[in-house]
Design a protein around this ligand. Sequence first.
Ligand code: ADP
Length: 493
Amino acid sequence: MSSILSTDFLNQSDVKIQHTECFINGEWLPSKSGKTFATINPATEVEIAQIAEGDAEDVSHAAEAARNAFDTGLWSKMDARDRGRLLYLLADRMEQEMTYLAALETLDNGKPYQDSLNVDLPLAIDCLRYYAGYADKIHGSTIPIRGKYFCYTRREPVGVAGQIIPWNFPILMVAWKWGPALAAGCTIVMKPAEQTPLTCLRLAQLAKEVGFPDGVINIVPGFGPTAGAAVVKHPLIDKVAFTGEHRTAQIITRESAETLKRLTFELGGKSPNVIFADADLDAAAQGAYIGLFLNQGQCCCAGSRVFVHRSRHDEFLEKLQSLTKQRVVGDPFAAETQQGPQVDQAQFKKIMSYIEKGKQEGANCVMGGERVGEKGYFITPTIFDGVRDEMSIAQDEIFGPVLSLLTFDDKEEIIHRANATFYGLAAAVWTRDVALAHEFASRVRAGTVWVNCYDVFDAAAPFGGFKMSGHGRELGEEGLRAYTENKTVTLAL
Ligand code: ADP
């Protein structure tokens, strides 16, 4: 690994911060309590800005605004094609200021600017356009029932959607949540992650400028147990779409029981990435490398359990190490940087403690395992070899640049071990045997299975988890349906 860590980060003042308040009913407002919290640049540990700290009162205000915008039909009854047109306009505005949005994302989250610009922004824009095209294609069916009746179904928007998002892909998570909700005709109360509120706030302003009516999109920045919990409990909110940890989803499930909200969850994972003996090892090593280290390892679908067939272990490890050695960690604004800092101190400490645990439990740390520099939350890309299923680094979601390498001997054994986790978000298999690939895909209990590839995302392909990795799916038609209610209408003839 070559480190180019320097103190010469892009001057924070180069990225102008324009919005720090709550966005409610089309207006920028301080929190009712007057409280604020700091959002920190994880590369420098320097405060970027003070952000309005919303809580239950602000969420109530936002929920009333969203309810009103929904109930008056301002949005839900607008011609569907016009709703779609506004989504296209928002995507166009994002495209016009891509470099600014990418810089804002990098400043707040720490991910390399090249990734923000070339991965996150294009995916977010594409997602909004995908759902923009869906707005006027949401319809029910006619059903032949017994008797002299005309029976049909209508797909109606679910109402006010509460949306709580994490910090790992801030702008992309906004697009995944807003796209289907707005296309379906829902109005929104969103709580961005406390670590990364900046791009979400900017997108609210862009939505206002392109003509989204007041109250359709409302943003309340703040913390989970206060602002987030208020979204979950508010009686005027019909649904909660949440992305984050399964433990938070368990709290949300309990807290939403009173109002019986519709819930969709996209949660964590400990995804198996399985390399059979006949695999193209160069491609598999590249897939394992990207599948784990992408986004500083902060991906819910990270391939954090890499299983290689025992007969190819040494060769595979050598290839993986030679790729990882070249990974450039440092200033996220430098063009050559491939890995920035972890998002905050809490995540940094958690990852470092897992690295310690891995060593204590007897895994062999063959690469990395250290902090880079003294400022910023940088960690060297880390590989543990000789990992066993029962070790904590093979069981727990680390959410950092820590890859666990395990070996296996046969197919039945590996399918069993791949499934031996309460998670079920993603899995990958590397083989030239088509039948084996399909058998693995059908028997592994995961919402997404990649064959001879990893981290291939598309707005049209549903994404979500089996088991404790989630409820429901995002993206694709299924993602849209999660923002609709089905209504059956029966008319006597
Ligand atoms: P992470 O470890 O990725 O931060 P979390 O599940 O803690 O995962 O956070 C994801 C999102 O959920 C953030 O916006 C956070 O503020 C919010 N959140 C955390 N706790 C709660 C809660 N009790 N109720 C509602 N939202 C919460």
